[in-house]
Design a protein around this ligand. Structure first.
Ligand code: BES
Ligand code: MN
Ligand code: ZN
Length: 497
């Protein structure tokens, strides 16, 4: 999709549509007033009939208005003039993008004169528009046997029509939105790829290919032999039951001098989680193709950062393995030694995410990180606690937690903090090892985070549980969401400032 900012719409064609913002309560924006005059009051008449109320996200497409310069005009409801908040605007964008999919048009000109958000600037407005179109038109088609037959023209050009003074911010917003669209699409594609395609080796290969496309990115991959040398006994206890070898994938973005400390992102990359010997029930086991959404998020965020090109250093680490039951798989009761030297009693092989992550968290200390954020579909309990609205945040540093929360609020890729108080730590004390990998029924997401905290003592760290936010397991929009790429990108850009 091509985006541009124009003072006046370019020459229109049969395949174009002009979008005009409209407030609730019959209030006319400047553009609407102009159009109403040009059409000799036709709009006013239509509105009085009550077919269109101007509720946020409501749309009405009008054809062949006499006096209008385009064949098609779309009235786009903006809600109450005094209340065009970020959240209302997101509803507006959702309505617009959904309606645009139904139209046989290739071009859209969107008048933004009526769109002044009370709590966000024009850059944000444009970013969310671009993200919105990308999200609404996304489909995962790679596994369809036949290419989808085209049923008419599809949208390829969007013009924002705005006064000159708004153009700079709108353009900035388009640039960020386009970078996010690229990274989120990659994250979704990787996440939606089934387990027989998206293996740890596949993730590693994709990361190598990614680095070839961006000068500032380099990818290195640790294989199981190298990980064994480093003493990653916890990671290897997960991957050993699978015929797919585990990989630790390191993607480095170098945008500043080597002396500038990097921000490090670590992603859980379980390409399929059967539960291992503690086998999951069959009914919804397929959902565990999404158990690498953390890795996909890190991958997509690094790509977005590479697209933007800020002057900072970022490192993304994907802890990629498959969790299978097998003759040589780990068993409940096994005790393994982590890279940190601490020992872990594996009481449930289905609590495998923390086992691959703990060694990754120890490994990345060598980068002398400024901050570390790990992202993981870690616990079903997180879905029970927060549902699909907010990702959970746990942190050993208030500054990092607050920065992530703020990034979530501003992007509306939201998160909520939960505690990792010392008092919870006793739930994962073990009789025979330094700790056990499960903490009982109570506070499952918190005890998982407490486990990770034991490996993240040397730096400022946060853990994000994205089990509820990174994919939808049912409904029309079933599949990966690309969250929290927007949150993490915003967080990193703020840190790099
Ligand atoms: N990958 C799962 C968590 C999960 C469940 C993510 C559903 C997304 C949707 C994780 O590896 C897991 O199995 N966790 C267990 C932990 C338990 C054994 C302590 C869980 O949540 O039941
Ligand atoms: Mn599991
Ligand atoms: Zn898992």
């Amino acid at each position: 999709m091509q985006y541009s900012v124009k003072i006046r719409a370019s020459a229109q064609s049969r395949k174009s549509c002009w979008v005009i913002g409209w407030y609730e309560d019959l209030e006319f924006s400047e553009t609407a007033k102009d159009l109403d005059q040009a059409t000799q009051g036709q709009l006013k008449k239509l509105i009085r009939r009550g077919d269109f109320k101007g509720k946020a996200g409501e749309t009405l497409v009008l054809h062949d208005l006499t006096g209008a310069s385009t064949e098609r005009c779309m009235l786009l409801g903006l809600g109450k003039r005094s209340n065009l908040t970020a959240d209302v605007y997101l509803k507006v964008v959702a309505g617009l993008t959904a309606a645009s999919k139904q139209l046989p048009v290739t071009r859209m000109a969107i008048s933004v004169d009526a769109m002044n958000l009370c709590d966000r600037d024009d850059a944000w407005l444009a970013t969310k528009l671009v993200e919105g179109f990308a999200d609404a038109t996304y489909e995962y088609l790679a596994m369809k046997g036949k290419p989808k037959a085209k049923d008419g023209p599809t949208l390829s050009t969007v013009e924002l029509i705005a006064s000159k003074d708004r153009s700079k911010q709108l353009k900035q917003g388009i640039t960020l939105g386009s970078a996010l669209a690229v990274g989120k699409k990659t994250a979704k594609d990787l996440s939606n790829a089934p387990g027989n395609v998206c293996t740890p080796t596949y993730l590693a290969d994709q990361a190598k290919t990614l680095a070839k496309g961006y000068e500032r990115l380099t990818t290195t991959v640790l294989d199981e032999k190298q990980m064994a040398k480093l003493g990653m006994g916890a990671f290897l206890s997960v991957s050993k039951g699978s015929t797919e070898p585990g990989k630790m994938v390191i993607i480095q973005y170098k945008g500043a001098k080597p002396s500038v400390k990097p921000h490090v992102l670590v992603g859980k990359g379980i390409t399929f989680d059967t539960g291992g010997i503690s086998l999951k029930p069959g009914a919804s086991m397929w959902e565990m193709i999404y158990d690498m959404c953390g890795a996909a998020t890190v991958f997509g965020t690094l790509q977005t950062i590479a697209e933007i090109g800020p002057n900072m250093n970022v490192i993304g680490v994907l802890a990629a393995a498959e969790n299978m039951p097998a003759g040589n798989a780990s068993k409940p009761g096994d005790i393994v030694t982590t890279m940190s030297g601490q020992t872990v009693e594996i009481l449930n092989t289905d609590a495998e995410g923390r086992l691959v992550l703990c060694d990754a968290l120890t490994y990345i200390d060598k980068f002398n990180p400024e901050t570390v954020v790990d992202v993981a579909t870690l616990t079903g309990a997180c879905i029970i606690a927060l549902g699909s609205q907010a990702s959970a945040i746990f942190a050993n540093d208030d500054g990092v937690a607050d920065a992530l929360l703020a990034a979530g609020e501003s992007t509306r890729d939201r998160a909520w903090r939960l505690p990792i108080w010392e008092a919870y730590q006793s739930q994962i004390n073990s009789a025979f090892a330094d700790m056990q990998n499960i903490g009982g029924r109570e506070a499952g997401s918190i005890t998982a985070a407490c486990f990770l905290a034991r490996f993240a003592k040397k730096y400022k760290w946060a853990h994000m549980d994205i089990a509820g936010t990174s994919f939808k397991w049912a409904g029309t929009k079933k599949g990966a969401t690309g969250r929290p790429v927007a949150l993490l990108t915003e967080y990193l850009l703020q840190q790099g400032r």
